[in-house]
Ligand binder design. Structure first.
Ligand code: SMG
Ligand code: MG
Length: 370
């Protein structure tokens, strides 16, 4: 495929409610879509990051520059562009996996649309629907949390993840266990808010039979996670620490995690995400698909990934209305606790022009760039 044009569409969608984690509170999904126009198809992808570098070191304004000045020139210089050639073309640029992911994914979408193949088929999906978990933010009171969880369970979600931080950990988990019982599949996510000195407090979570504790320690602290793992019965899962298949292999070998959260954006795209799935599967390590509050554009591709055989735990692949009253694609709707894996060409998602227009902040051409 020859790339003729690359466009960035900055979008902002209000969330249905504030989403609070250990590192901050969000009330909008503020990001950009990247559109790649090739000689016989057009593809779209969504940047996984936010305007501030709080979840990871990349952020919206920085990603635009690294795409414009360093990533897009290397890809367009290939002439005949395929998604499979992008990883190597971008390897000289250190890090920036979220920016690399949005470019590779938009190209992959265009490429697959040109031969009418779905992401699911391309990636090797073995299911046509995937079970849905939901990530529940930090709240002001236990009662507010119980009401929120009750609402999600009534909608059919099959797994609950509670965001935790020091001061909001044992008490909310105990409250949820008391109210909804020991059989509820339940896990927690600390987004790096603890240190090894908190091992005693984290050990108190062992009595609640959680599926896993996600990313308790700093992203670069694999050794700390390995030490912590020896002190806990609950399996550790890594999110922020895993940015490549090599990271995953290292973390597994060190005993730093027994489960991996795979977010395609965080690892540089769907091709690397599949490699992590393969590495983990070869070691008998279960994986699940994380989320970055994606619009339908990113959500559609995540559902395809979550349909691979090693994704044996429900992901944060929630319905569109978990975050958005109105989305920029047809919404994904929960059916018996599951979401359908899209079957159309590429991601299978179609952007609704009217909705996109209303949520668009600005549009800019990144290629050709003048
Ligand atoms: O998309 O359902 C979703 C959000 C899931 O909790 C979620 N994501 O660390 O796993 C995580 C967080 C990061 C997002 S906060 C910007
Ligand atoms: Mg996480």
């Amino acid at each position: 495929m020859k790339i003729e044009r690359i466009e960035l569409v900055h979008i902002r969608l209000p969330l249905v409610g504030d989403f609070r984690t250990s590192f901050g509170s969000m009330r909008d999904k503020d990001t950009f879509l990247l559109g790649v126009v090739g000689d016989d198809a057009e593809g779209w992808a969504e940047f996984g990051g936010d305007p501030e570098p709080l979840y990871c070191d990349e952020y919206v304004a920085g990603a635009e520059l690294v795409l414009r000045d360093h990533l897009i020139p290397r890809v367009t210089a290939l002439g005949d562009v395929t998604a499979a050639r992008i990883g190597q073309a971008l390897a000289p640029v250190k890090r920036h996996p979220l920016a690399k992911a949005v470019l590779e994914t938009a190209v992959l979408d265009a490429e697959l649309r040109s031969y009418r193949m779905s992401f699911a088929t391309y990636l090797g999906a073995v299911r046509d629907r995937v079970p849905s978990g939901v990530s529940v933010g930090i709240m002001d009171s236990a009662q507010e949390l119980l009401d929120a969880v009750a609402g999600y369970l009534a909608q059919g979600y099959v797994r609950i993840k509670l965001k935790i931080e020091p001061g909001w950990d044992v008490a909310p988990v105990r409250a949820v266990r008391r109210e909804f019982g020991d059989d509820l599949p339940l896990q927690v996510d600390a987004n790096t808010a603890y240190s090894l000195a908190d091992a005693g407090q984290l050990r108190r979570l062992d009595e609640f039979g959680l599926l896993l504790i996600e990313q308790p320690l700093a992203e670069d602290d694999l050794r700390g996670h390995a030490e912590l793992a020896k002190l806990l019965h609950t399996p550790l899962c890594l999110d922020e620490s895993i940015t490549s298949a090599r990271d995953a292999a290292t973390a597994i070998a060190l005993g730093a995690c027994r489960v991996v959260n795979i977010k395609p954006a965080r690892v540089g795209g769907y091709l690397e995400a599949r490699r992590i799935h393969d590495v983990a599967s070869a070691s008998g390590v279960p994986v699940w698909c994380g989320g970055m509050l994606e619009t339908g554009v990113g959500r559609a591709a995540n559902l395809a990934l979550a349909a691979l055989p090693g994704f044996v735990l429900p992901g944060d692949t929630s319905a569109s209305d978990r975050f958005f009253a109105e989305d920029i694609t047809e919404p994904f709707v929960l059916d018996d606790g599951h979401l359908p894996v899209p079957t159309g060409p590429g991601t299978g998602a179609t952007v609704l022009p009217d909705a996109l227009r209303r949520f668009t902040v600005t549009r800019r051409d990144l290629y050709p760039h003048h």
